[in-house]
Design a protein around this ligand. Structure first.
Ligand code: ZN
Ligand code: ZN
Length: 433
């Protein structure tokens, strides 16, 4: 609409600035006394050869001389109209409009792309959300199944015990009833014999007098029976469930052959502590010689595994997993690129994930126990504060191939007493069935 109005305005202006003699835009426009305009050349030509008085070709007003005035304002306007109606000007404007249109079109395309990406992201969030939901449900279903199975098993055992006791009691009851029947038969016979004695009856008497014997009934110890089921059932079930947890805490131990000579490992291979002196050692390719490291004896390359490491109030340590094939003879920076997925503590409260460079973590309270979760199929290595099971860090670019639990007790500062790294086993060995 606006464009049409503009064109109309332009058209009117062009008409106003058109010479009535040559019917073209004014060239050197001049104004007569009657205020009408003509090209200087047109009016000069028109008046050429005429005697004064002359007249205006448009309104016929007469003039005593052939005078006219140059109108600079109209000249400027004509120049402007000429410029804006020139082919090159129009082409230029058209070009600009096209470019502007193209820019808008491109911008719109960009926005559409952003919308597509937003929708894709939302789809991804929804898909991941429902996958996680299914996973969580699956984990809890497995737990429910374990509990249901355990409940059924305990109830079945109770039912059997109860039935067996009832059956025994029933058998005793029937035996006593049978004894009563026999007694009553004998009594009837005795009664008949007493009221109408004959020789045959008297001859059988001694046999009839034989007492009817019934074994004493079963003496079910109700107290013992109750005690077997009045137990801390939840705790006992929880202890049993520990064995069925997938993954349950793995009883990882240190592999002595991998320990740096300045690491002392306890006899049961669950404690490792750094010492000032290097112990004599058997040279082998498995042993760390440059860094104060030690590996777990249990390797993993499939499934999901979880283990817990007691770090107590040690001021520095590294732990996680390492590829079986890591170079143990040289000093390397720990990162997934070199085959290590680790968490580390420095200066007692500075926690970092072993990325390159390190990723500093905000950890509110210093965990005494660290949980390491390895999901081989999902290639994920996660670390938890095992005191409250809050997530500390998770590597999603986990290892391919066989890995081993990895530990470094680090070298304690000179003014600090070395403290051990401890591998925690659940339930404690003394409590296992
Ligand atoms: Zn003219
Ligand atoms: Zn006139």
């Amino acid at each position: 609409m606006a464009a049409a109005a503009n064109r109309q305005k332009q058209f009117n202006l062009t008409e106003d600035l058109t010479c009535p003699i040559c019917c073209d835009l004014f060239t050197e426009p001049v104004m007569l006394g009657c205020m009408h305009h003509f090209c200087k050349r047109c009016i000069s030509t028109y008046w050429r050869g005429l005697q004064t008085p002359v007249s205006c070709p448009q309104c016929r007003q007469g003039f005593t001389n052939k005078q006219f005035q140059t109108n600079y304002l109209v000249t400027a306007m004509v120049e402007k109209v000429r410029a804006t109606t020139s082919d090159s000007y129009i082409k230029n404007v058209e070009k600009q409009l096209k470019e502007s249109l193209e820019a808008h079109r491109q911008r719109r395309e960009d926005f559409l792309t952003v919308i597509r990406r937003d929708k894709e992201k939302m789809d991804n969030i929804k898909r991941t959300g429902s996958e996680l939901q299914a996973r969580v449900q699956g984990e809890f279903q497995a737990l429910h199944a374990l509990i249901a199975e355990e409940e059924a098993s305990v109830l079945e055992q109770l039912r059997r015990e109860q039935e067996a006791a009832l059956e025994q009691q029933q058998r005793h009851l029937e035996a006593v009833q049978e004894a009563i029947r026999q007694l009553e038969n004998t009594m009837r016979f005795l009664h008949e014999a007493a009221t109408c004695p004959d020789h045959r009856a008297l001859a059988e008497l001694p046999q009839l007098r034989a007492p009817v014997e019934v074994a004493p009934g079963p003496d079910l110890d109700l107290n013992a029976f109750s005690s077997r089921y009045m137990m801390p059932l939840q705790y006992i079930t929880w202890r049993k469930m520990f064995k069925s947890l997938k993954p349950g805490p793995a009883p990882v131990t240190f592999d002595l052959d991998t320990a740096h000579p300045s690491i002392h490992v306890s006899r049961d291979r669950t404690m490792a502590v750094d010492c000032d002196d290097m112990a004599p050692y058997q040279p082998n390719s498995k042993r760390f010689l440059q860094c104060v490291n030690v590996l777990g004896a249990q390797g993993f390359q499939a499934g999901r595994h979880y283990w817990e490491v007691g770090v107590g109030s040690k001021a520095k340590w590294d732990l996680g997993v390492a590829l079986d094939g890591v170079n143990r003879q040289s000093r390397v920076k720990l990162s997934p690129e070199t085959g290590y997925w680790t968490l580390r503590l420095r200066h007692g409260d500075q926690y970092s994930a072993g990325t390159q460079p390190w990723t500093r973590l905000q950890v509110r309270c210093c965990p005494q126990r660290i949980g390491v979760f390895l999901d081989c199929e999902a290639r994920r290595v996660s670390f938890y504060n095992a005191d409250d099971m809050s997530l500390l860090f998770s590597f999603s670019n986990g290892p391919r191939g066989r890995v081993l639990p990895f530990f470094s007790p680090c070298i304690s500062d000179a003014n600090q007493k070395p403290q051990p790294i401890q591998l925690l086993h659940y339930p404690p060995p003394g409590l296992t069935d």
